[in-house]
Design a protein around this ligand. Structure first.
Ligand code: OAD
Ligand code: ZN
Length: 354
């Protein structure tokens, strides 16, 4: 058996261990929900029909202000309630039952951590969720039923107070993360964890991507992902444990080693029954997760020229920076984009010179 897995299992089995999770879309791909950046299958490779200037525009607040339809074309498909949690979600829940889960920071808006039974105070939905809707101008709220009715009719919900567009409380690029994220991370970041488990994320979106870098040096960081990423690549620590594998297969193996398999199966079965009783039409979670490892090259294919791409990125970036400065809030992804834009422009100079 893999010695890394054994080490993780030993820590999880220890009384009083403290574990924090940082997760992303990769923990929900086995549920049937595509991630964002995987080549071919990721959402951002499959948005041609929306005719966007760049794929992330669909979740960009400035783009939404001008073109809300693109997001609303996707909103119904993305609305939670159609999917069962994955094995990995239930593994997080099991960590809660064993009193080792200190917090689960998720970038996902699918709410599957909660569906799997992780308590609200232990989950931080850093990029918001579909629970709640607000006007993008005057911030007046709209209840879910009204919002859903309007969307079902094919409309774009507008604010009864000021006629601004109403959008669900998922965090768009250029918007600030929820206060809960900052408050709890302020509290949590000073803590010494035994394990920080990063799973199913490309660590491409800031500020979330900085969290693994901010855990104490005495914390063992674990990456369970199909590819290496973020701080694990840029500033690896000697104690890092990299498991380039499927999240669900890893959950199964860890549960085996820990003697938690029966409980894990029970949680999965109970979850299915509960949703059945509630009449939720769910898609079956993938039973045998694929073991293939995706290569590091996740660059998106695009027909746009490097210059067009840089111009698009520049326009998007300028708008986000302006928005962030206006609101004095950290616009998500800003730092990384500055870095990428600089690189893109350097590349163009070289190519154009040839
Ligand atoms: P990404 O799509 O960027 O990354 C998902 C990662 O999970 C990739 O590295 C995949 O290789 C990996 N992966 C996929 N399936 C897996 C599996 N079964 N087992 C192990 N690894 C797997 O998704 P996120 O990092 O979550 O934000 O994306 C971050 C944010 O970007 C999202 O929250 C969203 C998006 O734009 C907003 O929209 C604000
Ligand atoms: Zn309004």
């Amino acid at each position: 058996m893999d010695s890394k897995l054994e080490h993780i299992a030993q820590v999880l089995a220890k009384d009083g261990s403290k574990v924090v999770f940082f997760v992303g879309a990769g923990i929900s791909t086995n549920c049937g929900i595509p991630d964002f950046r995987s080549p071919k299958t990721g959402l951002y490779s499959n948005l041609q029909r929306l005719d966007l200037p760049f794929p992330e525009a669909v979740f960009d607040i400035d783009y939404f202000r001008e073109n809300p339809k693109a997001f609303y074309t996707l909103a119904e498909e993305m609305y939670p309630g159609k999917y069962l949690p994955s094995r990995f979600h239930y593994f997080i829940r099991l960590c809660q039952e064993k009193h080792v889960l200190k917090r689960c920071y998720t970038q996902n808006i699918d709410t599957l951590e909660r569906v799997a039974g992780v308590k609200g105070d232990l989950v931080v939905e850093a990029h918001g969720s579909f629970t709640g809707n607000h006007c993008i101008d005057c911030h007046a709220g709209m209840d879910d039923e009204t919002w859903k009715k309007l969307v079902k009719k094919g409309g774009i919900p507008k604010c009864p107070v000021c006629h601004g567009y109403v959008k669900p409380d998922i965090v768009f690029f250029g918007e600030s993360l929820p206060a809960k994220f900052f408050d709890l991370w302020d509290e949590d970041s000073g803590d010494d964890y035994d394990l920080a488990i990063v799973a199913g994320t490309s660590l491409a979106v800031y500020p979330f991507a900085t969290l693994p870098a901010e855990v104490s040096k005495s914390t063992t960081r674990v990456l369970i992902n199909k590819e290496s990423c973020g701080d694990f690549e840029e500033n690896p620590r000697d104690s890092d444990l990299l498991l380039m594998a499927d999240c669900d297969s890893t959950a199964t193996k860890l549960a085996d080693l820990l003697g938690w398999s029966e409980e894990l199966e029970e949680l999965i079965e109970a979850g299915k029954k509960k949703l059945d009783v509630e009449g939720v039409k769910v898609k079956e979670t993938v039973k045998e997760p694929p073991q293939t490892i995706v290569k590091k090259d996740t660059k998106k294919e695009s027909s746009a020229s490097p210059l067009q791409k840089a111009e698009e990125t520049a326009a998007g970036l300028a708008a986000k920076v302006a928005e962030a400065e206006k609101e004095k809030l950290p616009a998500i992804k800003k730092d990384k984009e500055v870095e990428e834009l600089t690189k893109a422009i350097e590349n163009i100079d070289i190519k154009d010179g040839n």
